[in-house]
Design a protein around this ligand. Structure first.
Ligand code: 5AD
Ligand code: SF4
Length: 457
C-alpha cells in the first residue's frame, strides 16, 4: 500500500487522538499524510455526532468528495473515501446506502483494523468495508505502541485513559457511539506518557468521557487504581511540566480528586465541569444525577482546595420542557459561579436518545434567543474574570511564534499574546505580566531575567 492520506477531524479531543493513531497505523502501512485534500488517494473523515449540525457538516463534505472522486477517476486515479468516528458508529452501513461513493465505514472501536480493510479494498477483494462492532468486552489496545514520536513543535499531547460512558444523560449519543465505559491499564498509560515526555512533550492532557470513574471499569482485574491515584502516578514522570485532564461529571467528583489540586504541583489550576442546566427539574430530566445545590457545593469545595482555579463549563439551552423560569436558573447559576468561560449549545435532538422522544420541545426561536442571552452574560463575566489577571505575573508556555508576536497559555488555560522575543521557542515557559484583558484572551509583556539572558528560561 502506498499513497497520500488526508484525515479531517471533527468533534472532541478524543477524536483528535484517534486520528493521530489512524495516521500512525496508515503511516506504517505506507501512507504519507497530506494537508491537501485534492492530492490524497485516501480521505478519512473522523466524525462527530454530538449535535445535528456536526453531522450535517460531514454529509456536506461527503457530497463535495463525490465530485472530487469522479474528477480523479476520470484521470484514472482512484480515491478511497472512509468515514470513521461517531457518525460512522451510529449510521454504519446506511452511510454507504446513502452515499455509495464511500468505501469504508469504521466505528470507534474498529479503526485499528483500518489497514486490513484498505488492503482488502486495494486487492479488489471487496468494494466496500463496514466495521462497526461495539462490544462490551472491548479492550483498548496498547496505544503506546501506536504513538508516533512527536514533532519537535509538539510539546502538548493528549493521552486516552478510558473510552465510552455509562452515564446515559438523556440527550447524549456518546453511550451509543463510544460504547460502555472501559479504562486502560495504568501500565500502558504510564508507558505512553513516559515515551512522549522523553521525546520532548511537556504538557499532557488525560482524556476520557468521564475521567472521574477511571478504574471502576477495569480492563485489568487486578488493578485497583482510582483517577486520583493515576494523576499522582502520571505527575511523577520526570520532565513533565504541566498536567491537565478532561472531562468530568460533577456527580463523581470526589474530595480525593479535589485534594489533588492542592497537592500535585504540576496539575494545572483549571477545571472543566459541565453543569448543563441550573434548574433541578431540567437536571433530573437530563438524568444528570446531581442537583444545583450539590454542584455549587462541589464548586465551593474545589475553590477551597485551590482558590485560583479557573472553572469552565458546558450548558445546553432549550432542553425539552425548559421554561423561562428554568432558563433563568441557569443564568443565575452563571452569575453565581462566574465561570472563566463556557461552551453553550442549543439542544439538538439525537437519534436513539431518550430526550428525542420527549414531546415538549422548545421552539428554535426561543432556543436561539436564550443562547444569545447566555452568551452575552458569559462574555461580560469572562471579561471581568480576565481583568482580574491584569497586573499579575503569570507563566506562559509558548505555543506559537509569529512576526507580530508570541502566544502562549497560562496554567489556567488562558491564551496570552505578547510582543516578539528573540530566543524563545515553542514549549518554553516564560513569565509575563498581563497588561490587558479581552473576552477570550489576554495581552502581556515579558518580564524578568530571561529578557537579559536572551529569552530561554
Ligand atoms: N444537544 C446539544 N448539546 C449537546 N451536548 C451533548 N449532547 C447534546 C445535544 N443533544 C453538549 C453538552 C456536552 C457537550 C460536549 O455537548 O453540553 O457537555
Ligand atoms: Fe463528538 Fe462525542 Fe463522539 Fe467526541 S465522543 S466525537 S464529542 S460525539
Amino acid at each position: 500500500m502506498s499513497g497520500f492520506v488526508y484525515i479531517k477531524t471533527f468533534g472532541c479531543q478524543m477524536n483528535e487522538r484517534d486520528s493521530e493513531i489512524m495516521e500512525h497505523l496508515l503511516g506504517q502501512a505506507g501512507y504519507v499524510t497530506t494537508e491537501v485534500m485534492e492530492e490524497a488517494d485516501l480521505v478519512i473523515l473522523n466524525t462527530c455526532s454530538i449535535r445535528a449540525k456536526a453531522e450535517q457538516k460531514v454529509f456536506s463534505l461527503l457530497g463535495h468528495l463525490r465530485q472530487l472522486k469522479e474528477k480523479k477517476e476520470r484521470k484514472n486515479k482512484p480515491l478511497f473515501i472512509g468515514v470513521a468516528g461517531c457518525v460512522a458508529q451510529q449510521e454504519g452501513e446506511r452511510i454507504i446506502r446513502r452515499m455509495p461513493h464511500v468505501n469504508i465505514v469504521v466505528g470507534t472501536q474498529q479503526f485499528y483494523h483500518l489497514p486490513d480493510m484498505l488492503g482488502r479494498l486495494q486487492r479488489g477483494e471487496s468494494t466496500s468495508e463496514v466495521a462497526t462492532d461495539l462490544s462490551s468486552s472491548f479492550a483498548i489496545p496498547a496505544l503506546q505502541e501506536m504513538t508516533s514520536p512527536p514533532a519537535p513543535s509538539q510539546f502538548r499531547k493528549f493521552v486516552t485513559i478510558m473510552q465510552g460512558c455509562n452515564n446515559y444523560c438523556s440527550y447524549c449519543v456518546v453511550p451509543e457511539t463510544r460504547g460502555r465505559e472501559i479504562s486502560r491499564p495504568v501500565r500502558d498509560i504510564l508507558e505512553e506518557v513516559e515515551k512522549l515526555v522523553s521525546a520532548g512533550v511537556r504538557e499532557i492532557t488525560l482524556l476520557g468521557q468521564n475521567v472521574n470513574s477511571y478504574g471502576r471499569t477495569n480492563q485489568v482485574a487486578s488493578q485497583d487504581v482510582t483517577f486520583s491515584d493515576l494523576l499522582r502516578l502520571v505527575a511523577r514522570t520526570p520532565g513533565l511540566e504541566r498536567l491537565r485532564f478532561t472531562t468530568s461529571n460533577p456527580k463523581d467528583l470526589s474530595t480525593e480528586l479535589m485534594r489533588c489540586f492542592a497537592e500535585i504541583d504540576i496539575l494545572c489550576p483549571q477545571f472543566h465541569l459541565p453543569v448543563q442546566s441550573g434548574s433541578n427539574r431540567i437536571l433530573a430530566r437530563m438524568n444528570r444525577k446531581y442537583t444545583r445545590e450539590l454542584y455549587l457545593e462541589r464548586v465551593a469545595d474545589l475553590r477551597s482546595f485551590r482558590p485560583d482555579i479557573a472553572l469552565t463549563t458546558d450548558v445546553i439551552v432549550g432542553f425539552p420542557g425548559e421554561s423561562e423560569a428554568d432558563f433563568e436558573q441557569t443564568m443565575d447559576l452563571l452569575r453565581e459561579v462566574r465561570y472563566h468561560g463556557s461552551f453553550s449549545f442549543k439542544y439538538s435532538d439525537r437519534p436513539g436518545t431518550r430526550s428525542s422522544g420527549f414531546d415538549d420541545k422548545v421552539p428554535e426561536e426561543v432556543k436561539k434567543e436564550r443562547l444569545a442571552r447566555f452568551q452575552e452574560l458569559q462574555d461580560e463575566i469572562s471579561l471581568e474574570r480576565n481583568t482580574e489577571y491584569v497586573g499579575k505575573t503569570v507563566d506562559i508556555m509558548v505555543e506559537s511564534i509569529g512576526r507580530e508576536g508570541i502566544s502562549g497559555r497560562t496554567t489556567t488555560n488562558h491564551i496570552v499574546h505578547c510582543p516578539p522575543l528573540p530566543g524563545v521557542g515553542p514549549g518554553d515557559t516564560v513569565p509575563v505580566r498581563v497588561v490587558q484583558a479581552g473576552k477570550h484572551s489576554l495581552k502581556g509583556d515579558f518580564v524578568g531575567p530571561q529578557l537579559e539572558a536572551g529569552g530561554r528560561k
